[in-house]
Design a protein around this ligand. Structure first.
Ligand code: DP6
Length: 326
């Protein structure tokens, strides 16, 4: 029986102000700060066992033994944890998502947040939330934001210890709902790690980054004061800026499909007609519709009427990454 085991749970998050591009790729220090909301009910559960009998790390994802880049990314992250704990033990990692992979929901965020928390617990490391966030950031930028609860801001900084995420409001502060229209669940051709490296090739990236403090201030205030009108405007503006950078990178990236572009016209029109809803889009074609809880049923009904929508997921503000006890 292995001695060093733990299980942790983490939720993915949806960024209101996006992370896209690093000032330092090796340390994953982001070019700009970002703000997000954890997604309750969507979960990655990760169990880890460090075992003296193992000759290599093993990684089983959704019941399938992994090799190649997926295993390499887990091993690289385990090496960080091992070096902190002074351990040389290899580990068996088993991870499950309760949401569809490739649904346009960044599973690396919940995946590396859960792996960080489970790995630290199994190795007996006592780390603060800030230290866990810094560690998670090293393998997936958005994972830093899945460590704290609720509405979260991740700070851009020059140095590793200063770039972490913390909660700016708890989950019950504001019952926003993310109604997610899955338009295409196939895996994307260019992953976010590669996309983040290409961001600096866009002539638009410098202006997007320089303007980020303004967008962050508007978004932070909108969240704190529950100002949906202000949030809606900045959410859509920030999304357009990120997709503009993607389209003008070399090579050019376009994650959107014609149906996504239709929603980008329809959703502001729905809002103008009185339905409080705004869109944001990550590195994929799917649309996240943020709305107050009271409008979620109507937003969901309208999305389901559209043939291009494969399925709809609904999530409210979620908690932070945590060890599963017992
Ligand atoms: C478009 O955090 O997935 O979702 O650091 O390589 O894991 P890695 O990239 P990732 O990039 C997220 C990009 C985004 C915007 C965001 O979540 O802020």
């Amino acid at each position: 029986m292995p001695t060093w085991c733990a299980t942790a749970i983490a939720s993915p998050n949806i960024a209101f102000i996006k992370y896209w591009g690093n000032r330092d790729d090796a340390l994953r220090l982001p070019a700009n700060g970002s703000i997000s909301m954890n997604l309750a009910g969507l979960e990655t559960v990760t169990s880890i066992a460090f075992d003296p009998q193992l000759g290599n790390d093993e990684f089983v994802f959704d019941g399938v033994l992994q090799s190649g880049p997926a295993l390499a990314r887990v091993t690289t992250h385990l090496d960080r944890l091992r070096s902190k704990a002074g351990s040389i033990l290899k580990a068996r990692v088993e991870s499950r998502n309760n949401f569809p992979l490739g649904a346009g929901i960044a599973s690396s965020a919940s995946g590396f947040a859960a792996l960080t928390v489970a790995g630290a617990a199994a190795l007996g490391l006592t780390l603060s939330e800030r230290e866990l966030s810094i560690l998670a950031r090293r393998e997936s930028g958005s994972a830093s934001r899945s460590i704290p609860a609720g509405y979260v801001e991740w700070y851009a900084a020059e140095a590793d210890p200063d770039s972490y995420a913390e909660s700016i409001a708890p989950p019950d502060h504001w019952a926003l709902t993310d109604v997610i229209a899955i338009i295409d669940s196939r895996p994307k051709k260019t992953g976010s790690a590669e996309g983040n490296r290409l961001a600096r090739t866009s002539p638009r990236q410098a202006a997007r980054v320089a303007d980020a403090p303004r967008r962050l201030a508007i978004c932070r205030r909108a969240v704190r004061e529950k100002d949906f009108t202000a949030l809606a405007e900045i959410l859509e503006e920030d999304t357009r800026l990120m997709h503009e950078v993607m389209r003008t990178s070399t090579p050019a990236l376009n994650y959107l499909v014609p149906a996504t572009e239709k929603f980008m016209r329809w959703i502001p029109a729905w809002r103008a007609q009185g339905l409080p809803v705004a869109f944001t889009i990550d590195a994929g074609p799917n649309i996240h519709c943020l709305c107050p809880m009271e409008s979620a049923a109507e937003v969901e009904r309208r999305l389901r009427e559209i043939p291009a929508v494969e399925r709809v997921l609904v999530a409210q503000p979620g908690g932070g990454a945590r060890v599963e006890l017992g």
